[in-house]
Write a protein that binds this ligand. Structure first.
Ligand SMILES: Nc1ncnc2c1ncn2[C@@H]1O[C@H](COP(=O)(O)OP(=O)(O)OP(=O)(O)O)[C@@H](O)[C@H]1O
Length: 566
């Protein structure tokens, strides 16, 4: 209950900040309409009694016409005002979530819980945008009940109380429905999430093509259908339960309504008063039903609103990053790291050093610990023991923004940002960049002569580019960023031999300005490294130049690269 009230309060506060005009209009109109059933009772009662007495009550007739005639337009305008408020709130929540996601740190992004929370937050923006109109409706229905009760009370007090009592079954039913829904929706959402993931594999070009070539897409389609069927079963059950509650509430409401009529008739009300009470009760019951629904909607949205708000609040404000262009040294100093739940350490006492002007390489078989070493350097992971030193300073003492500002990082799964060429490259810097800087970063690449407004990605009607060309765009981002330490994880894995030679020649030519750390499996990229660290099962087992390492025929490096050397 507390959570429901908190959700109602927070939503009203958000609406008052984001859309004060529509909130005010909506509230005023709801309150005006709330008085309508009570007014009807008074006007109809007076009208019928006057007619019975042989008078012509023009004033009452005009009043009733105004009240009845304004009902529909008023409800339409209220609905439109509510929709417009919801629209702007939705934009507010979506923007807030996008900026919160943009502030997430690499370490937070690496946690599996973050992706789930982000998706849940995204799914919550729709329902919570619609919550703000609900407390207003509940208030309106409360006013309707009180005014109606007072109007009928003046005719027959017991009848007035019974009409007010008609509120109770509806509220109970919708509260029960909402509770049931708050248990059912997470089960539906989980199945929908899995179905959406499997559907994506069918629709995305890379995975879809692989499945088409393998002829096994139908297996993934089976998974989609299984998850959607499971979700539909839960939904079907929810609809059944909701229907049972609604029927029970309608029945109880009808009984109370009938009892109110009996009380009116047996209380000796005049024909006019009885007619007025009946007309008022009929239109009032609808408003009361809406109250139950509005209340139920807040209860249903409350858990989602809580997830959304907790997530947004959990992402701290981030200091703007400023890129550090000159770094003299970076090192892993006797670092040990173990992934949670892993049996052995992914890095066990690794020491790696690189100084300005040096190009070093990390090599090793799959799973040796290279990516872990890179994540430890940039702060995506924190060592169990040992230190990461940047210019001799323990990086643990730096803020995340300060630490990241030292690095330009090209990971294996780099982003293929299907924006304009200008935007895709300019993402390398946290600050605004000039077109000249973008062009300079693209010099000598396939994109050097393309207009910067070129849209990348065929799905947007733009230019489709190859895997190697995407890698060139990603490298251009690192170049534009111009940080003091470049970490390039397989930077030329998708690039042909000639382009690879060009890229490494370029890296060598410009290496004096920075520290370059390359992760590579290719012997051809290692020949001119200043130092190669050979990592095996989390330990640095050898280090030296290409020639020095090959000169140790029994060493790990010689065994690793013997075939490529041949
Ligand atoms: N998120 C994780 N949770 C648990 N263990 C992990 C995780 N990531 C990597 N590992 C394990 O840590 C070890 C080192 O992995 P790492 O990714 O650093 O290897 P790598 O040398 O970069 O391999 P590759 O050449 O395949 O990229 C491996 O045994 C791997 O299974």
């Amino acid at each position: 209950m507390l959570e429901t009230l908190r959700t109602a309060r927070d939503s009203l506060i958000d609406a008052a900040r984001v859309s004060p005009g529509w909130l005010t209009l909506c509230s005023v109109l709801v309150l005006i309409q709330a008085a309508v059933p009570g007014l009807q009772v008074v006007l109809i009662g007076g009208l019928v009694d006057a007619l019975t007495a042989g008078r012509r009550p023009w004033g009452l007739l005009i009043g009733l016409t105004v009240v009845v005639g304004s009902m529909y337009p008023l409800s339409q305008v209220t609905m439109a005002a509510g929709q417009r408020m919801t629209l702007w709130l939705k934009l507010h929540y979506r923007s807030e979530l996008a900026y919160a996601a943009a502030r997430l740190s690499p370490s937070r992004l690496a946690e599996p819980a973050t992706a789930i929370a982000l998706e849940a937050g995204q799914a919550a923006t729709d329902p919570i945008s619609g919550v703000a109109t609900r407390p207003v409706q509940v208030l309106g229905a409360g006013v309707t009940s009180v005014v109606l009760c007072a109007a009928i009370w003046s005719i027959n007090p017991l009848s007035g109380l019974l009409v007010l009592g008609a509120l109770i079954p509806t509220v109970i039913a919708f509260t029960a429905i909402s509770r049931m829904e708050s248990r059912g929706w997470p089960r539906v959402a989980e199945q929908e999430r899995r179905a959406a993931y499997a559907t994506e594999q069918l629709l995305q070009q890379r995975s879809g093509t692989e499945l088409a070539v393998l002829g096994s897409g139908h297996k993934v389609a089976d998974l989609v259908v299984n998850h959607r069927t499971a979700a539909s079963r839960v939904l079907d059950w929810m609809i059944g339960v909701a229907m049972a509650w609604e029927l029970a509430a309608a029945l109880a409401g009808a009984v109370l309504f009938g009892a109110a009529l009996v009380a009116l008739v047996s209380g000796g009300a005049s024909g006019g008063a009885a007619a007025a009470a009946i007309a008022g009760t009929i239109s009032g019951l609808n408003a009361i039903r809406l109250c139950g629904y509005a209340f139920g909607t807040i209860i249903t949205a409350a858990p989602q609103a809580q997830i959304y708000r907790e997530f947004v609040r959990s992402v701290p404000a981030r200091a703007p990053q400023s890129v550090v262009p000159v770094v003299e040294s970076v090192a892993l100093d006797n670092v040990i790291f173990r992934y949670p739940g892993a049996e052995r350490a992914a890095l066990s006492g690794a020491s790696i050093t690189a100084r300005r002007g040096e190009m070093i390489a990390l090599v090793g078989v799959n799973g040796a610990g290279k990516t872990t070493a890179v994540s430890l350097l940039v702060g995506g992971l924190n060592p169990v023991s040992g230190r990461v030193l940047i210019d001799g300073r323990d990086a643990a003492g730096m803020s995340e923004a300060e630490r990241l500002g030292h690095f330009g990082l090209l990971v294996q799964e780099f982003g293929r940002f299907e924006f304009t060429l200008r935007d895709a490259v300019a993402l390398g810097s946290p600050e605004a960049v000039s077109d000249d800087a973008v062009c300079k970063a693209l010099a000598g690449t396939f994109a050097a002569d393309l207009p910067l407004d070129t849209q990348l990605g065929q799905q947007w009607g733009g230019t489709g580019i190859s895997g190697g060309q995407w890698q060139r765009v990603a490298l251009a981002r690192i170049q534009l960023r111009n940080a003091g330490i470049w970490i390039l994880d397989e930077p030329t894995s998708a690039i042909d031999a000639e382009a690879e030679r060009e890229i490494f020649a370029d890296l060598r030519r410009t290496k004096e300005a920075r520290i370059t750390i390359v992760v590579s499996h290719r012997a051809s990229t290692l020949t001119e490294m200043d130092r190669i660290y050979v990592i095996d099962e989390g330990a640095v087992v050898q280090q030296g130049t290409y020639r020095q390492l090959l000169a140790e025929p029994a060493g790990r490096f010689a065994r690793l690269f013997a075939t490529q050397q041949d």
